[in-house]
Ligand binder design. Structure first.
Ligand code: HEC
Length: 122
């Protein structure tokens, strides 16, 4: 077996590492821009005030009751939950709200950016 060994000087390593880790604009900033450009903020707020749908503020990590085919289920708001709610509207419907969220075409990356932003809204 042959293995390739890459030897870098410390400074060069730091540069390489930072270039990989730090992106020019953060995913969460991109997430906010998407919420605006995709029309999500017509129905949702980032301030804690419900509009047509629930506000995104402070929901991450909480428990929420959703209607699933006519019965109630309690879900934890984590990345998986948010991804599902964003990509499959109307399957689970947050209790107390009408099932009117439209399906918006988004790439996986866009969904991840939106979730990264929602997570910052403590
Ligand atoms: C026409 C209004 C409308 C638009 C536009 C809309 N939503 Fe919603 N959304 C709702 C309503 C109403 C609910 C609550 C009922 C439900 O779960 O379907 C909801 C629920 C959610 C939830 C679950 C929130 C919670 O508290 O558990 C998320 C996440 C969400 N929407 C994200 C989005 C994103 C991201 C977009 C834009 C791509 C978007 N929504 C666009 C109306 C909307």
């Amino acid at each position: 077996m042959r293995a390739k060994l890459i030897v870098m000087q410390a400074a060069a390593f730091d540069n390489w590492y930072e270039a990989r880790v730090v992106t020019p604009s953060s995913p969460s900033a991109a997430g906010l821009a998407l919420l605006q450009s995709k029309g999500c903020l017509l129905c949702h707020t980032t301030t804690g005030k419900p509009l047509v749908g629930p506000s995104y503020k402070g929901i991450y990590g909480t428990k929420v009751t959703v209607m699933v085919k006519g019965h109630e289920e309690v879900k934890t708001v984590d990345e998986k939950y948010l991804k599902f709610m964003i990509t499959h509207p109307k399957v689970w419907v947050v209790k107390g709200y009408p099932p009117i969220m439209p399906k918006t075409p988004l790439t996986d990356k866009e969904v991840d950016e939106i979730i990264a932003y929602i997570k910052t809204l403590k």
